[in-house]
Every structure is written in structure tokens, then in C-alpha cells.
Design a protein around this ligand. Structure first.
Ligand code: SAH
Length: 281
């Protein structure tokens, strides 16, 4: 039976509850808030400079339990969030930061059953966010090692049998094969080179999103959008500042990630052309 949109990724894997089991990934957090991602194996052990922690001491525990390593160092055990996984998973390319992943999902209005073309796929962080929101993702990635890494990262998180994810080793500047796409999401250096193809591959009203590290690239992209059938164009950036909160010391943290990227969205529309002259003009 064909799974309903989103079903292939929305089932058991994402709604794991109950005690921690063999094969699951867990997050170990120490008193200094350092985080480690570990896959539980029967008879396995987590080794640190602070001794070792047998996996068997974790398997069968509830989330939120506190376990001690051989030296007495304590860890809280939890199932990782998507943000934890993204920041801890093996990555070759720079991943999209969690703060921007959330923004991209809203900007591109991602939902169950939407057909999304994503390029380049990199380490698969954005793919994971799109898949979890229920989209059907076709990824174009020109580097075979990244294409593999992304698929491995997605499989490690959602399982081997995700039917809504397909990565093609391909240069998106050479064109887009798919048609009638709902969304095109770009995280690569020259998104303006994708516009002619995106225009043909997207359905009318579809949304295009590009994530770019510099404003120079963003300006070039905006000029290209302005010359084509694109409307509701918007560029934004997101600053996220965490706070230090202790009894008598409540203030912003000293450090923050000050810059990641600029987000530009546009929708495929009919060209206005020149406006017909109005009355009295
Ligand atoms: N969004 C990804 C990171 C992408 S990094 C994540 O969250 O993990 C940019 C990726 O784009 C790199 O892997 C690079 O190989 C790929 N890339 C660059 N130009 C490309 C092109 N023309 N076609 C396909 N992939 C491209």
C-alpha cells in the first residue's frame, strides 16, 4: 500500500515513547551542559575522559533519567531533538542551523504531501527538517560523498525505509527534471542560475526559498528575481540571542552565533508586464 503523504516518516520513529531501547540514539548531557549523541547497543559502552558508561545502564530507563559513569560523573539521558541531531551528526558541508531550519519551514510553507526540490543537499540537515514536516523531498547534490552522507544521516534518524526521500547526484545548474513542484529550496552559492529551471519546474503559486551567507549574493539573487515572474519577494535574517538566567544574574549570554545566512523567498506568479494606464492618467 502506498503510504499517505508524510506517513512514511511520521510514524513510530518520530513518536518514540516509553523506555529507551537498543538501537535508539540518545543524548547524554553532563552537569556543564555538554552533549553527546550515542546509539544504544547491548553490551556497548560510552567512553569519555571521565570514565565509561555501560549502555546497559541506560537501556530500559525512562527519558530524563540520571546515570553515572565509572568515575561518578553524571549524565541526564534523553531522546535527542532534531536540533540536537543536526548539530551532532557527521557533516561535511556546513549545515543549516536549527534557528534557520524553523524559519525555512515557515517561509516555504512546508506541509504534508508537498513535493519539494532541495539543492544542494549537503549533510542533509535541511532534508531532515523538510521530511519531518511531511514533505516529499527530491534532493539534487553534485558531490557524491555529500549525497551519500545526507542519505546516511537521514536513514540514521528516520530509518532505512523512508519512501519520501530521494537524492539524485546532479548539478542543479544543468536543469530540473521534475515538474509541477510545490516548493524549491536552495542552499548553494549561485541560486540565480537555477531561476530559469525553477520557473519551469514549479507550479504557479509555488514558493522558492534561497539561503545565502552573504548580502552580495542576496543582492544578485534579488536582481534576478526582479527580472522574472516572481512576486511577494522577501529577504530576512534571524538573530537568536540566548539568556543567562541565574538568581541575581539575568542578562543575555556573552556569546551568540551572530551570523548564519539570509533567507530570500519568492512566489511564482504571472508577470505584471506594464500596468495599463488608469483613469485620469
Ligand atoms: N542545506 C544543507 C547544506 C548545503 S551545503 C544542510 O543543511 O545540510 C551546499 C551544498 O550544495 C554542498 O553539498 C554542495 O556540494 C552543493 N552544491 C553546490 N552547488 C551545487 C549545484 N550546482 N548542484 C547541486 N548541488 C550543489
Amino acid at each position: 500500500m502506498t503510504p499517505a503523504p508524510g506517513e512514511a516518516v511520521a510514524g513510530e520513529v518520530l513518536a518514540r515513547r516509553g523506555v529507551l531501547q537498543v538501537g535508539e540514539r540518545v543524548l547524554l548531557v553532563d552537569a556543564k551542559q555538554r552533549r553527546y549523541l550515542v546509539t544504544l547497543a547491548a553490551g556497548g559502552a560510552f567512553h569519555t575522559h571521565a570514565g565509561f558508561l555501560p549502555h546497559d545502564d541506560i537501556i530500559g530507563k525512562e527519558e530524563g533519567a540520571v546515570v553515572a559513569a565509572s568515575t561518578g560523573r553524571r549524565f541526564t539521558v534523553l531522546r535527542p531533538t532534531l536540533a540536537d541531531v543536526v548539530l551532532k551528526m557527521p557533516r561535511g558541508a556546513q549545515v543549516v542551523y536549527p534557528k534557520d531550519l524553523g524559519a525555512i519551514l515557515m517561509a516555504a510553507d512546508i506541509g504534508p504531501g508537498m513535493r519539494v526540490l532541495e539543492a544542494g543537499v549537503g549533510s542533509g540537515a535541511l532534508s531532515m527538517a523538510l521530511l519531518r514536516a511531511g514533505a516529499e523531498v527530491i534532493g539534487y547534490e553534485r558531490r557524491p560523498d555529500f549525497a551519500q552522507r545526507a542519505q546516511a544521516n537521514v536513514a540514521a534518524w528516520l530509518g532505512e525505509h523512508v519512501t519520501t526521500y530521494r537524492v539524485v547526484e546532479r548539478d542543479v545548474y544543468d536543469g530540473i527534471e521534475e515538474q509541477g513542484l510545490d516548493r524549491v529550496v536552495l542552499d548553494l552559492p549561485e541560486p540565480w542560475r537555477v531561476l530559469p529551471a525553477a520557473q519551469r519546474a514549479l507550479r504557479r503559486g509555488g514558493i522558492l526559498v534561497a539561503y545565502l551567507p552573504t548580502i552580495n549574493q542576496t543582492a544578485t539573487f534579488r536582481s534576478a528575481l526582479a527580472a522574472g515572474p516572481w512576486g511577494l519577494t522577501e529577504t530576512s535574517e534571524l538573530l537568536r540571542r540566548t539568556w543567562h538566567i541565574e538568581e541575581r544574574s539575568v542578562r543575555p549570554d556573552h556569546r551568540m552565533v551572530a551570523h548564519t545566512g539570509f533567507l530570500t523567498t519568492a512566489r511564482l506568479v504571472e508577470r505584471h508586464g506594464s500596468e495599463p494606464p488608469g483613469p485620469g492618467r
